[in-house]
Write a protein that binds this ligand. Structure first.
Ligand SMILES: [Zn+2]
Ligand SMILES: [Zn+2]
Length: 442
């Protein structure tokens, strides 16, 4: 499975090097019923934003342009791209839009509709400049959020979105939180979390190398992390022995890899490579090495890669058994889902998260745009139980580290702040964290 998965992920265009490769990948329609991953839409938006704003300058240089809806809320799946233009002369813009060469726009009620070359539905609104911010706000949040906030205000014209929230007596709510999942109450009580940002990340845990199914060597991965990303540490978690299809490490190869890490750590100091493993969670919930080997790792990511067809009870107890293993540091991609490709195995989220809280196990937010697993809808529950989350690149090549950008978006949507994110810890803090987690060993 994992072997196919990686091929699949690569085929879908993540971590591809050239524009041409990326373009081909976008055109490769994986989307079921016009649904696309956020990462795919993000690339489409980059191009469309440029062509639309270039075009707008020629028609009305004072016009305003915004991308709204699911895209602006950083939803993991987008099935409709909504765009808004604010201008003085609506008729002029509307007439000229029919000649916009990058989209065949068809006029509908109070908007234009199109399907882009990749098959994504596009909805474009043209509004009076005076109403731009009201509409920018209206078309961004989900319907319930918008309704709740507007109930608190009389005024109709705004200079900014900030003004809308201010007049409603609320702290400003960033677009990714506007889902009516308690954020309005938090904003009212000035209790919104200070959301994590990419610059808060100090390292990347859970990554692969040529020791298992990665494309770049351990040293290349570590040096990229140090030099190009300016991180303080790097966690290597190649596959464990049962994952034969992914060149999973035999016990001998684990020990040989750890020798290489010792050498590299001398060379790269003060940068640090942590010795990890992505241990398969076997069918009965045990990990894939005997205790004397598990003991040699600084940390262990425990993940399910095989026998994915389980009912909820079986999947939940399999995960909980692994969570209760004192060597488990992080629960990897908790449901195994591949967005738009296959649903995860069903789990009882509350039971799994509660078990992580009880056993001080961190939960991964796998940053691969196909996974984004743990789903953001469960982040707040996990945080409320005192569980730490970790934004893990699961990089199989150096470019894969950039997926952490998508992990950050998902984490922000879930309400994560930097102090609750394991890989925002400094080298010193995380060293201490691993040592205290592993304290039972001595
Ligand atoms: Zn995995
Ligand atoms: Zn992995």
């Amino acid at each position: 499975y994992a072997c196919n998965e990686n091929r699949l992920i690569e085929a879908k265009g993540f971590g591809l090097k050239t524009q041409e490769e990326i373009k081909q990948a976008i055109e490769f329609k994986i989307a079921a019923d016009g649904k696309f991953l956020y990462a795919q839409v993000n690339l489409m938006v980059a191009n469309l934003r440029k062509s639309l704003s270039d075009w707008l300058v020629g028609v009305d240089k004072d016009a305003q342009l915004g991308f709204v809806g699911q895209y602006r809320r950083c939803c993991e799946i987008v099935d409709e791209l909504e765009i808004i233009i604010g201008a003085e002369q609506l008729e002029k813009i509307a007439a000229q839009l029919l000649n916009f060469e990058h989209l065949s726009l068809i006029p509908a009620d109070d908007f234009f509709l199109a399907t882009n070359a990749s098959g994504l539905k596009v909805k474009l609104y043209v509004v009076k400049k005076d109403d731009f911010y009201l509409n920018y706000f209206k078309y961004t949040g989900n319907a319930a959020h918008v309704q709740q906030v507007l109930k608190l205000i009389e005024k109709q014209h705004f200079e900014s979105e900030e003004e809308i929230y201010e007049l409603a007596g609320l702290d400003f709510i960033v677009p990714e939180l506007r889902e009516n999942l308690g954020e309005i109450e938090l904003a009212n009580q000035k209790q919104l979390p200070k959301l994590i940002e990419y610059k808060d990340l100090k390292g990347s845990l859970h990554n692969h190398s040529t020791w298992s199914d990665g494309v770049h060597t351990l040293e290349e991965m570590a040096v990229f992390c140090k030099e190009s990303l300016q991180m303080e540490y790097f966690g290597i978690c190649d596959h464990s022995k049962v994952a034969v299809y992914a060149k999973g490490l035999s016990i001998e190869r684990v020990l040989a890899q750890q020798q290489e890490i010792n050498t590299l750590n001398k060379k790269l100091s003060p940068f640090k490579i942590f010795k990890g493993i992505e241990s398969d969670i076997l069918n009965d919930g045990t990990l894939d090495y005997p205790e004397e080997i598990l003991k040699t790792f600084d940390f262990v990511v425990a993940s399910v890669h095989s026998n994915l067809r389980m009912d909820e009870e079986k999947a939940t107890s399999r995960l909980i058994k692994a969570i209760e293993n004192p060597y488990t540091t992080i629960l990897g991609h908790p449901t195994g889902r591949l967005l738009l490709t296959r649903p995860g195995y069903p789990i009882d989220f509350k039971k799994v998260i509660d078990a992580c809280a009880a056993n001080k196990v961190v939960i991964e937010i796998n940053a691969n745009p196909l996974r984004l697993d743990l789903d953001w809808r469960w982040h707040r529950y996990a945080l409320d139980q005192g569980v730490l989350l970790s934004i893990n690149a699961d990089a199989h090549r150096t470019e894969g580290f950039y997926d952490m950008n998508y992990g950050i978006l998902a984490a922000r949507k879930g309400g994560l702040s930097a102090d609750k994110c394991l890989n925002s810890f400094t080298l010193e803090e995380i060293t201490e964290y691993f040592e205290s987690k592993n304290g039972f060993r001595v």
